[in-house]
Design a protein around this ligand. Structure first.
Ligand code: SAH
Length: 341
């Protein structure tokens, strides 16, 4: 009855969420319910987001992340505006109508430079959504990017627990500022994506319940979750990766809590299991974010070990994904794939 209640009320008590998260007893029922809700709101459609990883320079030092400032082994790169435009051109030809510019927090990309790139994409591809994922900025910067033509912003909250947050991040970063950013972005008019890393060091079920409560307050348009995966050149190199089934359970729960939400089957999920993304789609996920970055830099944007899809050309990725998505009964659709609230 837990699943029926969650379907009906889009909510449960903390104790009920704990039960759902900590046993595998409900997995089949959860998958059936999540898939039914997803079909009701989005049919069998799967939306693509072309991910352009345009810089791996970062001024931050997040303990889990492979491109953290202190990782001296990382080979750093930045794409030029021409490189980025070439990625968009390739992506547009392959049917992508959303471009996601993601990167480390790289001071080289000043507001002026980011706005210039956004304006250029906006002019050339007026029918596409432009998503930024470049970390914490001032409200003024977010406004400037929005005015230049950006529509969406991905900024995972990572964890909604301030103590755990401070164990994962250097002292100069705070959960408070991350949350300030998310509300500023919403207020400006962006479609916003938040989300947490599942199974990061020190995380308990109670932390995850806190994440669910935070998401209930924020009501983001998109929720990106994936397993934590250690990176060999970070302080967390010897930590356990996040559990596949826990991520899947959370996807199902999120689909039932937020029937209209955009829910990606993430690359990290595909990294911990060969069919991870397919399993995610069956649990209510409806978005995939293939890599559009030039193959020459893909291995350098290593947030965690063994990241998949770092060798293929973009066109090959589309073929492979097409097969994977149809194998579980869904279909890739071209188009911006806006949220259906
Ligand atoms: N600088 C941007 C983009 C960060 S990379 C920002 O601050 O938002 C995108 C996401 O990758 C992060 O939000 C984090 O949730 C995830 N990530 C980073 N390192 C990871 C790891 N070791 N395992 C799993 N996910 C990771």
């Amino acid at each position: 009855m837990l699943i029926e209640k969650l379907c009906k009320e889009q909510n449960l008590t903390d104790d009920e969420f704990r039960t759902l998260l900590e046993t595998d007893r409900y997995d089949d029922a959860l998958r059936e319910a999540a898939d039914a809700v997803r079909r009701e709101h989005y049919g069998t459609d799967v939306y693509l987001r072309g991910l352009i990883e345009f810089t791996n320079f970062c001024k931050n030092d997040c303990l889990y992340c492979g491109i953290r400032r202190s990782n001296k082994c990382a080979s750093r790169y930045r794409l030029t505006e021409e490189d980025i435009m070439a990625c968009c051109k390739e992506g547009y030809g392959l049917g992508y109508r959303t471009f996601v510019l993601q990167g480390g927090e790289d001071p080289y990309f000043t507001d002026e430079r980011v706005c210039q790139i956004v304006r250029e994409i906006r002019t050339r591809y007026p029918d596409c959504a432009i998503t930024l994922s470049i970390g914490e900025k001032s409200r003024e910067s977010y406004q400037a990017f929005f005015d230049a033509g950006a529509n969406r912003y991905l900024l995972r909250h990572e964890t909604a627990d301030p103590t755990l947050y401070s164990r994962l991040h250097p002292a100069e970063l705070s959960l408070e500022n991350r949350i300030r950013c998310l509300y500023d972005l919403k207020d400006i008019g962006y479609q916003v994506g938040a989300g947490m890393m599942v199974g990061c060091p020190g995380q308990t079920t109670d932390h995850l319940i806190r994440d669910l409560r935070f998401l209930q307050e924020l009501k983001p348009d998109m929720i990106g979750i994936g397993p934590f995966i250690p990176h060999k050149d970070t302080p967390f190199k010897d930590e356990q990766r996040g559990d596949l089934y826990l991520v899947l359970r959370l996807l199902g729960i999120l689909r039932l809590m937020f029937p209209w939400v955009l829910l990606p089957a993430t690359t990290a999920l595909g990294t911990i299991h060969p069919q991870g993304r397919e399993l995610g789609l069956k649990m209510g996920a409806n978005v995939i974010m293939p890599n559009l970055s030039p193959v020459s830099v893909r291995k350098k944007y290593m947030l965690y070990d063994d990241k998949i899809c770092t060798g293929e050309e973009s066109a090959q990725c589309v073929d492979c994904l097409e097969r994977r998505v149809t194998s579980v009964g869904y279909q890739i659709v071209s188009g911006r794939g806006d949220v259906k609230r």
